[in-house]
Design a protein around this ligand. Sequence first.
Ligand SMILES: [Zn+2]
Length: 313
Amino acid sequence: MAHAVNVHPLVSPWGRFGLYSFFIDAPEPAIVDTGIASSPTAGMAPALEAIGRRIEDVRWILLTHGHIDHVGGAHALWELTGRRAQVVIHEADAPMLRSRRAHVEEYLAGRGRYLGDPEGEAKVTATAHAVIAGEMEPTLRVKGGETLSLGGDVTVSVHSIPGHTLGSVAYVVDGQGAVFTGDAVQAHGAANGFPGYTDPVAYRTSLEYLRDEIRPRHLYLGHPYRRADGTPYGVELDAAQAQEAIAQSLAAEGRVGAAACGCLQTGLAETDSPYSPFARVAEELGYTGDPTLEPSPFFTSMHGYREHLDQNA
Ligand SMILES: [Zn+2]
């Protein structure tokens, strides 16, 4: 029986968002997710120093998915380790580590189609340059099913949990049920008050897999996601809280999906509403958040339902 390794949350604020990264205190230390370009120097290094650890000793950079607020600090952190850390990401999200432009392409292919902002491409391009420390090739591209050795008897297994993005993964510290899911368990969303996923069917299947197969004893989320009553989950969830967060995520997807599919089947209507052409969905759900605020989970998810229905038409 391996003895348990400690997990230390590392919190970086970014505008309206709280970005969570995690230090796994293994013989070969790991950091899960990297915040934005400034996070490693401004947030992680002093936080590690305070617990008697050094950022240059980190040997694994484990990325749950390719979004800017998770990979933005990867290159800066890798540099701080003397380029000795292994940088791990799912192959489907690797383009977002490799290229700032991939983030702009994702915007244009999805939520950007609805936002109607003539400056949208320029804004996302500027954000990608400001927030992503550098473009880089991962040292290890995974698909799910791999086991990584963090030295001694500490291993981390990689599980594919697509939906939020195609290349979302969970990292599990084997034997102690510590599970890192990034943005794959969103409950009712974070700062935007709406859950975002590019593939709603995969999102649901991955939640069921986490609930039934992974069954976290400790669950670590990427942001302070909120319950139905608006209160945020903490940075570390115990087994009961983890099951509750997964159940809330499934319930939220169920409500959003029912409204979205009803709207899509009736036919999309362009209106003056900021939620257009999905104004009926916002009305039915009572969603009053600003749908244009990046990363615009409302339109990301609506586009996901639309593509799913198109593929099955
Ligand atoms: Zn994300």
